[in-house]
Design a protein. Structure first.
Length: 353
């Protein structure tokens, strides 16, 4: 992305899109019971509360009635149906892992199988977005957690800590191609969760090959532990490689969330908050998802930047838009479309018999 003269002035920036992640599949209800929704009614009400506070995108996971992470897509359909009635204008963004929470004490924290995740393309009612990881890699969620972050939570138990330390994100080439095809066929927009700049390079190649033809909405996921680190140098290097015709949301972990989000707001980018990313406010006290949203709304307004309505967020993310050709996609994203000329001798080279 380029920052031309005036790029930091609010009148030259898109309105802020706030993504709320209030379900936190890695946490147990007792970690923050007053803010972790368990029943379906609580999960729906949490979406309403986040929307009323200023969030227009809901990053969506589901819990069972006992508070455990739900891996049953029939229940996803049930909660989605309720959400569509309660917050009909909100962009529903289903988390592509479904749930990575261990099924029992001492079990692995892991993403579900390739075929199960393909089933997200067949959810009814249809969500607006599903998050899509690029490239298989380590997702060690605890590497940046301090002892203070873990204190008083389930992560203070060694079995839970060990399970998340070894977590892997499976997102290989064959799965990715098929997943994008199925999402596109069902009119669901991918929201790309990219953890380092190599993922941007892979995504650009997929676009140039015609595997994906559509808007490019990206989350920079800076959790360290196999992902980028949430620091200004890593952040700006990633931003530099994102094409101007895309949108970029910044995502961090624990008490790094607020400074990263504050920088995103100042630069005209978009933000994500909620208890999936942090339980803690800047002082180290519990901070609810709604309080985090309200804080970002205040910061944005102090900087003179408006907060997007649901209708404006859909326009910014180009919900419902697909492109017809590789050339159109490159043009809309403002990637260069022409390759450098190939030396004729190389183009005509034959493999020796």
């Amino acid at each position: 992305m380029h920052f031309l003269d005036g790029a930091l002035l609010p009148e030259n920036q898109e309105k802020l899109v706030i993504t709320a992640a209030p379900y936190g599949p890695q946490w147990e209800p007792g970690d923050f019971r007053s803010d972790i929704p368990v029943t379906i009614a609580e999960q729906v009400q949490k979406a309403v509360d986040c929307y009323n506070a200023g969030a227009t995108v809901l990053h969506f996971h589901v819990r069972e009635d006992d508070g455990s992470g739900c891996k049953n897509l029939d229940r996803f359909n049930e909660v989605l149906s309720r959400l569509k009635q309660a917050v009909p204008d909100m962009i529903i963004q289903v988390g592509g892992s479904i749930s990575f929470a261990p099924v029992e004490e001492g079990a692995n924290a892991e993403w579900l199988s390739d075929e199960t995740r393909h089933m997200l393309a067949r959810l009814k009612p249809t969500p607006e977005q599903v998050t899509v990881a690029i490239n298989t890699g380590q997702m060690n969620m605890v590497e940046l957690m301090t002892p203070e972050d873990r204190a008083g939570t389930s992560f203070a138990r060694k079995a839970v800590y060990d399970a998340y330390e070894e977590m892997i994100v499976p997102a290989g080439p064959a799965w990715l191609r098929e997943h994008l095809a199925q999402l596109s066929a069902n009119g669901i927009q991918p929201h790309f969760q990219i953890t380092q700049k190599s993922g941007l390079v892979t995504l650009e190649r997929l676009i140039r090959e015609g595997v994906y033809k559509g808007p490019m909405n990206v989350n920079w996921v800076a959790l360290s532990g196999g992902f980028d680190n949430p620091d200004p140098y890593s952040m700006m290097e990633f931003i530099r490689l994102v094409p101007d015709g895309s949108t970029l949301t910044l995502e961090a972990q624990m008490r790094a969330c607020l400074p990263i989000n504050a920088m995103a707001i100042a630069m005209g980018l978009h933000v994500r908050c909620g208890i999936e990313d942090t339980l803690w406010g800047p002082s180290g006290d519990h901070m609810s998802s709604v309080q985090q949203i309200e804080q970002l709304v205040r910061i944005s307004r102090e900087l003179g930047r408006g907060v997007a309505s649901a209708k404006e967020a859909r326009k910014i993310f180009k919900i419902g838009t697909q492109y017809q050709t590789v050339e159109q996609t490159l043009s809309e994203l403002r990637y260069p479309s022409a390759r450098r000329p190939v030396h004729p001798a190389l183009a005509e080279r034959k493999v020796a018999a």
